[in-house]
Design a protein around this ligand. Sequence first.
Ligand code: ZN
Length: 490
Amino acid sequence: MLQIYNTLSRQKEYFRPLHEGRVGMYVCGPTVYGDAHLGHARPAITFDLLFRYLQFLGYKVRYVRNITDVGHLEHDADEGEDKIAKKARLEQLEPMEVVQYYTNRYHHDMEALNVLPPSIEPHASGHIIEQIAFVQRILDHGYAYISNGSVYMDVEKYAKDFPYGKLSGRNLEDIVTDTRELDGQDEKKHSYDFALWKKAAPEHIMHWPSPWSEGFPGWHMECSTMGTKYLGEEFDIHGGGMDLMFPHHEAEIAQSCAALGHETVHYWMHNNMITIAGKKMGKSYNNFITLEQFFKGEHPLLTKPFSPMTIRFFILMAHYRSTVDFSSEALEAAEKGFARLQEAYARLLKLQPSDKTSGEIEEIRILRTKCQEAMDDDLNSPIVLQALFDSARVINTIHDQKASISSEDLDELRKVWKDYAIDILGLKLEENDADDNKLKAFNTAVDLLLDIRLDAKRNKDWATSDKIRNNLTELGFQIKDTKDGYEWTL
Ligand code: ZN
């Protein structure tokens, strides 16, 4: 039975959905003002793994992953320019052009990583009316106040009735010392109060009418609103990166309790962070590598391009609650490991069954149990991969004819690989193989044409020889006649 680590209780809990056979799951998606990087890949792959496994277990999953396109300010707090609006201003675009452009690119990267699309992908800017209604409920319950056209959460008042800081394990005093003094603080009663609605400054280009001012919602508001709109006032799982735990998710809990009188989420799940060569990712370290730069090998920290599947495999080699350190060397090792897995799978598909399974490899019968136990233990993907590597050794033994396998065991072995490596871990094991085979066929076909041309030349059939040469040249081939025959490049 599936156990997952609940950040709220700080322990693994058996997963019991609210509604039999159905799961509601919400994950904080990207703020779309730049290309996706590794920091986006990790939560996307972590919750893709959960999404895939829940479906494998037979649940009908409604997976909501939002697009943040308004309200995420530069300092991640209540101050600074909106990230989308700033990009739009610098590039002289409509904010929604920025949003569309980077949303398309995000989708493209996610598809390359074999991350399944969510069931619903709502935009914050498409839910302004719902967000205003949510803020109004908090005001009606007395947990917020209006100040100069903006609406702020009254954290002190809230903390008297509900435990504020329970997710991140902070108390109000810690939060007070952590909160920076920022512009506009004078509008708030306390530095730790956060904006539910912000009045737009005259230069602010993204704003909507509201009962309080022409303005825009606070960043935390969108997830409370869209989560409950699509999954109900109580739902099963809320996920995101650990960096979102405070203030974003803590604020979401406070907003839900203040508006609805109770917590919304049953299981809070957080993936750990990524470091690059031991350092935090950040613009100041010049180690902010986008996914596209990984795929193309275009960054000084990379020795070569790495395929999306290498990146996915590398992320899955660590448990989602452990940190992952990226380096070109580590990725090169992952690339080799992934190739071994691909090779074993190709061999598995070609194995011939015998009458019986040799005694020394009977252990492969427990491969499914091993994989399932690992997944049930808080999505322990590295243990699943280890079990698959162990079975790869068995596959190679059979391939080398040092052991035999019955047709029943072979069918089951193929099925376990299909279920766990391909469907659950989401690894594309056949893709490169197929591409390689196509490339081989292409090269052979060109050689064949040039062999025919060589024969034609020897027979002084200049018409055929020229026809082949001219047609290939027109297609962009460069053909060089040599002493022994020919060389070609494209
Ligand atoms: Zn969120």
